[in-house]
Design a protein around this ligand. Structure first.
Ligand code: SF4
Ligand code: MSK
Length: 622
């Protein structure tokens, strides 16, 4: 059986033009490529130069990522509408408080409306945000006033989610927007339509439907697969189906059927962001992150792998054929040649979820030899911004003020969001673990989402005990007082929008400046691979956050473009990009940036940097 690492090796040496972002396929006069060393072509056939080609490629990645997150948000909004209108659907409003809050943001007057009527109005308003042509997205109001004013001054407040994505595609087609700086401003508008639009709608409405996460225990790594239970592994991004699979797997009739096939129960585990969603809301185990999808199949113990959309490797059918695993696709948007397909829409999700679980159970007796690794690790996850609010201040005075106080008094130096994918170009999980280890050793509180959170969970960073083993003295004191780990798992990729809200709350709590760009915070995606990561990176930068990516960025083919996003952008939007493949140096950049912000705020007493060494890593029970 081939894995992602074998295929990655077969791609070496990779195309240098692609890696540097200077290959253009926007029209059929090309494909064109620019010689980065100045000996060959300096222009494409149409006359496009390096910065234009790099900019258009970068902007199209933003559009692709924003489209993926936002289409996810749209399907959640449709599901909420169904829940409101059809009580038989299996979906219902689980968090009335969140519903009321979101209704307020969307300007819906609850009046004498029932919960269902409010939910329907919220869903309809959320759906209208996608096709809106003018005005401003409603969730923008959550940002600090100064940030909103800056966006308005630059005319980049997103009007409608779909509109900005379409316009990005239009501007980057052959012969339209030919100024890289102008393109990047619209890339900001598009990315903001993702972070403060599509992703935020997905997160907030998922909380309404399935509950707002609060701290919950769980387990992670391939060792969570069971030798004796039917293993159903959910993989992808949208919890609309997996929530129904949770119900189906707990159905007493299904449990009886499993027993009749010789199994002792049904074990529902997850891969990637669907895993994060079901962990956060149900404490269900995570089998692994993106690079473990084939490895889960290779245990021979997965009776069904059920996938929906995003980050699902087209190699899965051939991997599954080596074992008894049934690969099941469920979204009409995401079919895979060689997989079984159940066309699942919200309307029939519960019924289909039962059918899928039944199929997995009936496949259990077909298992051959299994080889399940023993490794698994405990973790605590579920740190939504509401949970952090409550944890720090308690039910009656929930607030971000205690966090700000601890930043001001220097126990916590700052906050870093470390997120994103895993990439087979670098040693698996290592960049995440080394970066996060060094940040917490230097008293920087880390907030995580996506596959990065799963990497660090496997390393043992997501249990409160880690604090005194690895974290700096100040951060340890805070973690012990509150009972939290030094690394907070906030959810899936769309839940990066939780971090935007948390940053805004920090500004509102006071004492750390008037805008997100004043805060001693930074973002990082050390092993990114997806277009979605580029959209996330750019909405953080455009929201005022210094953001560092590892593994390289496809922009090095144009010094002019690189200078624009690495240097000039800060003067425009208060945040900027950086790229640094080495985790230790990346930590250094983040620490220096945070120290710089502390100095500006007048709270910076420089402390010596602590290096996260082998000894500290050995102290972890990995
Ligand atoms: Fe070449 Fe210009 Fe066409 Fe791109 S748009 S492929 S640079 S001719
Ligand atoms: S799943 S986008 S590999 S984080 Fe969200 Fe992981 Fe990146 Fe997919």
């Amino acid at each position: 059986m081939e894995t992602v690492w074998d295929r990655s090796e077969q791609q070496e040496p990779r195309c240098g033009f692609g890696e540097m972002g200077i290959c253009c396929r926007m029209c059929h006069m090309g494909p064109c490529r620019i010689d980065p060393f100045g000996q060959g072509a300096k222009l494409g056939v149409c006359g496009a130069n390096a910065e234009l080609i790099v900019a258009r490629n970068f902007c199209r990645m933003v559009a692709g990522g924003a489209a993926a997150h936002s289409d996810h948000g749209r399907s959640v909004a449709r599901t909420l509408l169904l829940a409101a209108k059809n009580p038989e659907s299996g979906y219902a409003v689980k968090d009335g408080n969140k519903l009321a809050k979101v209704a307020g943001i969307l300007g819906i007057d609850p009046g004498n409306k029932t919960k269902e009527e409010i939910a329907a109005a919220v869903a309809e308003k959320a759906l209208s945000e996608f096709g809106r042509q003018e005005g401003e997205l409603s969730f923008i109001k959550q940002a600090p006033e100064a940030r909103q004013a800056l966006w308005r001054g630059l005319n980049i407040v997103p009007r409608g989610i779909d509109r900005e994505i379409v316009e990005m595609m239009h501007r980057t087609t052959m012969g339209v927007d030919q100024e890289h700086k102008n393109l990047m401003l619209h890339a900001s508008r598009t990315a903001l339509a993702d972070g403060w639009g599509g992703s935020m709608i997905a997160t907030e409405l998922q909380d309404v439907l399935f509950g707002t996460p609060s701290p919950v225990r769980g387990q992670v790594n391939l060792g969570v697969l069971s030798e004796t239970d039917v293993n159903v592994v959910v993989h992808g991004h949208e919890p609309v189906l997996s929530e129904m699979l949770v119900l189906a797997a707990r159905d007493p009739d299904m449990l009886k059927l499993a027993e009749s096939q010789g199994a002792s129960g049904i074990n529902l585990a997850g891969i990637c962001c669907t895993a994060n969603e079901v962990l956060l809301r149900h404490g269900l185990p995570i089998a692994g992150n993106i690079l473990q999808q084939e490895l889960a199949v290779a245990t021979g113990a997965v009776d069904a792998m059920v996938v929906d959309v995003q980050c699902i490797m087209p190699s899965l059918p051939s991997a599954s054929k080596c074992f008894h695993t049934h690969l099941i696709t469920t979204s009409p948007k995401g079919k895979i040649e060689g997989a079984r397909h159940y066309d699942i829409e919200a309307e029939n999700a519960l019924h289909s979820a039962r059918e899928i679980v039944r199929e997995a159970i009936l496949n259990f007796p077909n298992r051959g030899n299994t080889e399940i690794p023993q490794e698994k690790m405990d973790l605590v996850a579920g740190f939504s911004h509401e949970a952090i609010h409550y944890m720090l201040g308690g039910r009656f005075r929930g607030s971000y003020a205690p966090l700000n106080d601890n930043i001001i008094n220097g126990r916590i130096k700052g906050v870093a969001g470390v997120v994103g994918c895993c990439n087979p170009k670098v040693p698996y999980d290592r960049e995440h673990v080394d970066l996060v280890g060094e940040l917490i050793a230097n008293d920087i509180l880390v907030v995580q989402t996506g596959c990065s959170a799963i990497s660090c969970a496997k390393a043992g960073f997501l249990v409160p005990d880690t604090a005194h083993k690895v974290a700096g003295k100040g951060l340890t004191e805070v973690c012990e007082a509150v009972g939290m780990p030094p690394v907070l798992h906030s959810g899936s990729c769309v839940d990066n929008s939780r971090i935007l809200v948390a940053l805004s709350e920090m500004v509102k709590a006071g004492g750390l400046g008037s805008d997100i760009s004043d805060l001693p915070v930074a973002g990082a995606a050390p092993e990114w691979m997806s277009e979605k990561a580029i959209s996330i990176g750019h909405y953080f930068v455009s929201s005022g956050v210094f953001t560092v990516f590892g593994v390289g960025l496809p922009v090095s083919g144009s010094e002019t473009f690189a200078r624009h996003i690495f240097e000039e952008f800060e003067a425009i939007l208060g945040g900027k990009w950086a790229v640094e493949p080495d985790a230790g140096k990346m930590a250094g950049l983040i620490i220096d940036h945070i120290n710089g912000k502390r100095e500006k705020l007048g709270i910076g007493k420089a402390r010596e940097r602590v290096l996260f060494d082998m000894e500290m890593r050995r102290n972890l029970a990995v």
